[in-house]
Design a protein around this ligand. Structure first.
Ligand SMILES: *Cc1c(COP(=O)(O)O)cnc(C)c1O
Length: 388
């Protein structure tokens, strides 16, 4: 099928929830993808910070093939070696003690919220304005963006959305019934917003004083994206619960939330569950992905390549650039106008970039990105922003 045939069928049979780019992708290799007409693109977005190892990494392809021929799925009423090996690997690379597997970021947050409520016996959840935590009725209540929330009210009660990066906003909204504060260490969809160095530890102290659980949503920032294993490592903060998904398995749908022992033990048999969560195929792929990230030093690479990108983008001297920010390979370039047209122009030049929050270009390339590829991106953005 060509692009026209595919878009026609999409229009007819698929619900119109996405503002899609007018290309149909069919193949990927490393940091490049190509469409059905054979046009090649440099992928600076990695499926929203998902394809950590790029496309079709040989370790991932091999693991999927092997595990698919061994055992793909079994119920969580049985044990599997794949699940426990992955759990040990993730926990040993985190500040937490135990985890639960989900299939997506929203589900990881749902579980984290349930755990916080069960552990504290309280119901209130404080989250941030301009945050993003998912599309379910409960995670929408946490997602502080009216355009996503309004059409679907009433949402799950108990949520309040407060200003990000303000300790005052948190403390003013703490009540006797507050169970948890839920925050992204860096706001992704909100425009790659990096908080002050002391913000998260300040929130942690407020939580500690008030018997409140701190949940960090690391769905976008986890597993090396920010140049650290977790975004929390950037700020030396130890949350009670961490939710993860996106980059956890380099493109295989998977997620998990992690908690400290005392909190985790609040869940008793029957309190939570998932049919697909932690299935042997997903677990095997996530294990391979995380092991590869570690053995190929991709966290360090994300830090160095990210710094190179950010430093050089910061040198671009155009009036339309408001700020270049981010950590590791999660970079935002804020312009003083809507950037969606710039995304189209970049695509026509063979670059997949993303615009979020209206006027922020978001780069989140695979963690295998290098300086040569960075130079290409810097070059095209230089040219496009100059004429924009
Ligand atoms: C993408 C995202 C989610 C939602 O993840 P899904 O897998 O789409 O449910 C939640 N939190 C953050 C920070 C995200 O970036």
């Amino acid at each position: 099928m060509n692009t026209e045939e595919i878009t026609k069928l999409d229009d007819k049979y698929i619900m119109h929830t996405y503002g899609r780019q007018p290309i149909a992708l069919s193949q990927g290799e490393g940091c490049f993808v190509s469409d059905v007409e054979g046009n090649k693109y440099l992928d600076c977005f990695a499926g929203i910070a998902v394809n950590a190892l790029g496309h079709c990494h040989p370790n991932i392809v091999e693991t999927i093939s092997k595990q698919a021929g061994k055992l793909m799925h079994c119920s969580n009423i049985y044990y599997t070696q794949e699940q426990v090996e992955l759990a040990e690997l993730i926990i040993k690379n985190s500040s937490h003690d135990k985890l639960f597997y989900s299939n997506s970021g929203a589900e990881a947050n749902e579980g984290a919220i349930k755990l916080a409520r069960k552990f504290t016996g309280k119901t209130g959840i404080i989250s941030a304005i301009n945050s993003f935590h998912g599309r379910t009725i409960t995670t929408l209540a946490a997602t502080g963006q009216a355009q996503y929330q309004k059409p679907f009210e009433p949402l799950t009660p108990g949520f309040v959305n407060v200003e990000y990066n303000s300790l005052e906003a948190i403390s003013e909204n703490i009540s006797d019934d507050t169970a948890a504060v839920l925050l992204e260490p860096i706001q992704g969809e909100g425009g790659v917003v990096v908080p002050d160095k002391n913000y998260l530890n300040g929130v942690k102290s407020l939580c500690y004083e008030n018997d409140i659980v701190l949940i960090l949503d690391e769905v976008q920032t986890g597993f090396g994206r920010t140049g650290e294993m977790f975004g929390s490592d950037l700020f030396d903060v130890k949350p009670d619960i961490t939710s993860t998904a996106k980059g956890i398995a380099s493109g295989f749908p998977f997620g998990a939330f992690l908690a400290n022992e005392e909190v985790a033990d609040a869940f008793k048999p029957g309190d939570h569950g998932s049919t697909f969560g932690g299935n042997p195929l997903g677990s095997a792929v996530a294990k391979t992905s995380i092991k590869t990230i570690i053995s190929e030093n991709l966290i360090e690479n994300a830090k160095l390549t990210g710094k190179y990108l950010k430093d050089n983008l910061s040198k671009l001297d155009y009036d339309s650039i408001v700020e270049v920010r981010g950590e590791g390979l999660l970079i935002g370039i804020e312009l003083n106008k809507d950037t969606s047209e710039l995304v189209n122009l970049a695509r026509e030049e063979g670059f997949l970039i993303n615009c979020t929050s209206g006027n922020v270009i978001r780069l989140a390339p695979p963690l295998i990105f290098d300086k040569d590829l960075s130079d290409k991106v810097i070059g095209i953005l230089d040219k496009l922003i100059k004429d924009f």
